[in-house]
Design a protein around this ligand. Structure first.
Ligand SMILES: [Zn+2]
Length: 195
């Protein structure tokens, strides 16, 4: 991640995000700055598979931009943009969960596909909240924030009220956009490694 991006994320209250450097061999995503630096050097082993001779790629490479975008909406001081921040946050989390399901199914072809959309629990055998219960606090508490904002998004989009989404909600979406990325990395490293 370049310095400009890091600085911008810090301004948005998302300073705990680090770049999503991923090992192309085993799928592991760096969880510390030291691992990130190691993965970005071609002569260093991956923390999980000891592979050498390749450099890490970002995984997925627009997540930090989307997280920043949520923050931009939140700080604009406009009621419509507060709503946009929450709607984008919810769409972001939903796409992260879909990506995790696809990546998990890609390495577990034995899971049979029913003729309907697969839920998170169907794929992983546990709900999102159950899956992160042993994670660090900001990750394990993420599902309750996600459910709260998703309910507000749904009530707004389904016409229950035009005034449900407040500045506080937008700031909550901004504050937890980084946690959504952290949830992605944590679940990827728990469930989606090719080792
Ligand atoms: Zn690896």
């Amino acid at each position: 991640m370049d310095e400009e991006m890091r600085g911008y994320i810090a301004q948005q209250g998302l300073g705990h995000i680090i770049a999503l450097a991923r090992c192309p061999e085993c799928n592991y995503i760096a969880a510390t700055f030291e691992e990130e630096n190691s993965l970005e050097r071609r002569d260093s082993p991956s923390p999980k598979c000891s592979g050498v001779g390749y450099s890490a790629g970002p995984a997925p490479n627009n997540y930090l931009n989307v997280a920043n975008w949520i923050g931009e909406y939140a700080v604009i001081e406009n009621r419509r943009d507060y709503t946009s921040a929450v709607i984008l946050f919810c769409a972001f989390v939903e796409s992260i969960l879909e990506t995790l399901k696809e990546e998990y199914l890609a390495i577990h072809p034995e899971i049979r596909l029913p003729n309907r959309r697969l839920s998170f629990k169907h794929v992983f055998g546990a709900s999102l909240a159950e899956s992160v219960v042993n994670a660090p606090t900001r990750i394990s508490s993420f599902p309750s924030v996600w459910e709260e904002l998703r309910d507000k998004r749904n009530r707004f989009l389904h016409g229950k009220s035009s005034y449900l989404i407040s500045q506080a909600d937008a700031y909550k979406a901004m504050d937890h956009a980084g946690d959504a990325v952290a949830v992605y990395r944590w679940l990827n490293n728990q469930y989606c490694l090719k080792v």
